[in-house]
Design a protein around this ligand. Structure first.
Ligand code: FES
Length: 209
């Protein structure tokens, strides 16, 4: 190993949080899911991304400091390391409360040419919130996003795992009404779907190994 790679004393690195300092929230089922995923990775560090998806579901869609600390505790990493991973990826909700339904409006080139900003302003006015803001009742968050890779359907809006496009004001009205009357949180549902897909993928790998 080169000298460069040996810089720093491993014993002085930040330690994982301790259970007694945390208000742990993972359900028994979530712990079992994480244990199952951990067993498929060469080390627990590699399991941070799946662990964060479980946490995003268990913490009602948002990776709060407490959620990040719980992932760090369960994977024996420092909270700073887990936070560094979580804040790198835009699909993890670390900065803004996503509400029950995160309305993601693509304003990239194709959507921009097809009135995406007009639609964004329409949603903004209808909900009374700006970009990356959440309605007072915690129902909706609005976020401008980069290309959703569905340019042939521009302008495109994503809610949870569903794409809608091409959308217009009437469709937006109908969509918001449908979401308002829905019992489920599309944010939490999508996190759970991703966890389930990862579990199935790891199961398949186990069968093929
Ligand atoms: S530019 Fe909007 S989906 Fe590609």
């Amino acid at each position: 190993m080169s000298d460069l790679l040996q810089i720093g004393n491993p014993n002085e690195r930040p330690m994982p949080p301790k259970a007694e300092d945390l208000d742990l929230k993972f359900s028994d089922n979530a712990i079992a899911e994480l244990d199952s995923l951990k067993s498929h990775y060469p080390n627990w560090k590699a399991c941070i991304l799946p662990g964060l998806w479980i946490a995003q579901r268990e913490y009602d869609g948002m990776l709060t400091d407490a959620a990040i600390a719980e992932v760090a505790y369960r994977l024996k990493r420092s909270a700073a390391e887990v936070q560094g991973v979580a804040t790198f990826y835009s699909m993890y909700n670390t900065q803004h409360n996503p509400g029950r339904h995160k309305i993601e409006v693509c304003t990239c080139l194709s959507c921009h040419f097809n009135s995406a900003y007009r639609l964004r302003d329409y949603i903004s006015a209808k909900l009374g919130i700006g970009n990356k803001e959440t309605t007072a009742d915690g129902m909706f968050m609005l976020e401008e996003v980069e290309c959703l890779n569905a340019c042939d359907r521009a302008p495109v809006v994503q809610v949870g795992d569903q794409y809608y496009g091409p959308v217009d004001e009437k469709m937006i009205d109908e969509l918001l009404e449908k979401l308002r009357n829905s019992e489920e949180s599309t944010v939490v549902k999508m996190a759970d779907q991703i966890v389930q897909v990862q579990l199935k993928a790891e199961e398949r790998k186990g069968v093929l190994a």
